[in-house]
Design a protein around this ligand. Structure first.
Ligand SMILES: Cc1cc2nc3c(=O)[nH]c(=O)nc-3n(C[C@H](O)[C@H](O)[C@H](O)COP(=O)(O)OP(=O)(O)OC[C@H]3O[C@@H](n4cnc5c(N)ncnc54)[C@H](O)[C@@H]3O)c2cc1C
Length: 419
């Protein structure tokens, strides 16, 4: 049986970032993914500017740039058919330059990530579905599963990282997934050609029964993601999703303007049960990263950044684990605690926004307040874009001002950068 230092399950952004990070430290890594790449995924494909230093460190920024990707200046928000308020990311204190966010179809991004892992020596096994773990004395020491020829395989390692996303094998095996009752959401997405977007922003349109994120992805195409409460389908099964998706998109005047002469160029894809939390892993030898650690909602669109960053944090803890030959559950719970602590402020902001966007008078107040205070608006965009530290900015005062739509502080948005 083949044996490695680390087996990574899943070749999405979290798994590839994990494999690339550990490979840089000289570990022997195997990465298994059930898919054959390139493969697509329901996602806005909008990468927070805060992710760029990580992409660069992992050696994937240059290949992404070689695709000549679309770059977006920030977000443009419309609530209940109001005119869009365009908010740029704040300029960097040192250079005065404004960052932008990459907008790359996941079909390209994930394949590029996986090929980079292969190029640097990670042993990549596509069409290898991991179905279970191998245990020794209660600790995970490997995986077993099925390859593309339906032949069973098994591999051993000192440590397994599960980066299998929202359907990760660990979540099923240990029943770790916790879904909120009664408030389930569903997302639909498809690429379109011929849309008319006024400028290079990610366009967020909030109106009943949900919101859309529309952004250009290059090659004359835009990605249109719709998120609604599952109950909005009114018994129209997911099989009627294309009809529902079109109906809801075209109900909104601003979206009609954007999509009037556009045509959808691929089938509508959907994903259910968007938000969930994850209970702690019950054994040693196993670490979760990326969406496998939980997901809130794509409204603030930072899942790729969080996946990359959670892999970075895990990398530090795993490296320390190898140095002290400690692969115990309690040792790796440090990773969990650090991740929770770092993302707490951002998650709080995300939760507050998701609850309140369905209240038209709140949205009116906030957009009006933001339009009158550019510094505040850019600060918010900076936090959402992961270039300003959420913990420092998401204070009780900030949230109260947000709720009141009353942004009086006069600080420039060019004020603080992530430490
Ligand atoms: C509607 C929607 C829109 C979004 N928009 C954005 C956005 O604009 N920007 C952003 O940053 N984030 C966005 N996100 C979030 C983002 O898509 C995720 O956070 C991100 O994909 C998580 O990466 P990951 O590597 O953890 O998981 P994934 O990307 O899901 O990758 C998991 C991989 O694991 C593999 N796998 C799973 N199980 C197994 C198994 N048993 N054996 C082998 N392989 C396995 C899968 O094939 C897959 O390749 C959005 C999410 C949704 C739902």
């Amino acid at each position: 049986m083949n044996s490695y230092d680390v087996i990574v399950v899943g070749g999405g952004p979290a798994g590839c970032a994990m494999a690339l990070d550990l490979n840089r430290h000289g570990y022997d890594i195997a990465l298994c993914d059930q898919a054959k790449f390139p493969r697509d995924k329901v996602c806005g494909g909008f990468i927070s500017p805060g992710a760029e230093p990580i992409l660069e460190q992992l050696g994937v920024l240059a290949p992404i740039e070689a695709l000549v990707p679309k770059r977006l200046k920030g977000v443009a928000i419309s609530a209940y058919e109001s005119a869009e308020l365009a908010i740029d990311y704040p300029a960097a204190a040192k250079t005065g330059l404004r960052p932008s966010s990459l907008s790359v179809p996941r079909y390209q991004l994930d394949a590029l990530f996986l090929r980079q892992a292969q190029r640097v020596g990670v042993k990549v096994f596509e069409r290898h579905k991991v179905s279970d773990f191998i245990f020794d004395d209660g600790r995970v020491v490997g995986v077993r599963g099925w390859d593309e020829t339906r032949t069973s395989f098994s591999m051993r390692a000192k440590l397994v990282v599960d980066a299998g996303g929202r359907n990760a094998v660990s979540l099923r095996k240990f029943r770790l997934k916790r879904e909120p009752r009664g408030r389930g959401k569903i997302a639909f997405s498809a690429h379109w050609r011929g849309a008319r977007l006024p400028d290079d922003y990610c366009y967020m349109h909030v109106s009943r029964p949900g919101y859309t994120g529309i952004s250009a992805v290059g090659n004359g195409q835009v990605n249109v993601v719709l998120v609604v409460a599952r109950s909005a389908l009114n018994g129209d099964g997911v099989e009627k999703s294309a009809t529902f998706y079109h109906r809801v998109l075209m109900k909104n005047r601003r979206r009609r303007e954007v999509l009037r002469n556009a045509e959808r160029v691929e089938p509508v894809r959907s994903v259910e049960s968007l938000a969930f939390t994850v209970a702690p892993v019950p054994c040693g030898g196993l670490v979760l990263v990326g969406d496998a650690t939980g997901f809130i909602d794509p409204f603030t669109g930072e899942g790729i950044f969080l996946s990359l960053r959670s892999a970075q944090i895990a990398g530090e803890v795993i490296h320390a684990g190898f140095q002290s030959s400690n692969f115990s559950r309690s040792f790796f719970s440090v990773h969990d605690a650090r991740r929770r602590e770092e993302f707490r402020g951002k998650f709080l902001l995300s939760r507050v926004l998701q609850r309140l966007i369905y209240n038209p008078s709140f949205c009116d107040r906030v957009l009006d307040g933001l339009s009158k205070n550019q510094a505040y608006a850019e600060t918010l965009a900076g936090v959402v874009g992961d270039i300003l530290p959420a913990r420092k900015l998401v204070s009780v005062k900030f949230l109260l001002q947000l709720l009141a739509g009353n942004f009086r502080f006069g600080e420039s948005a060019v004020l603080k950068e992530a430490p």
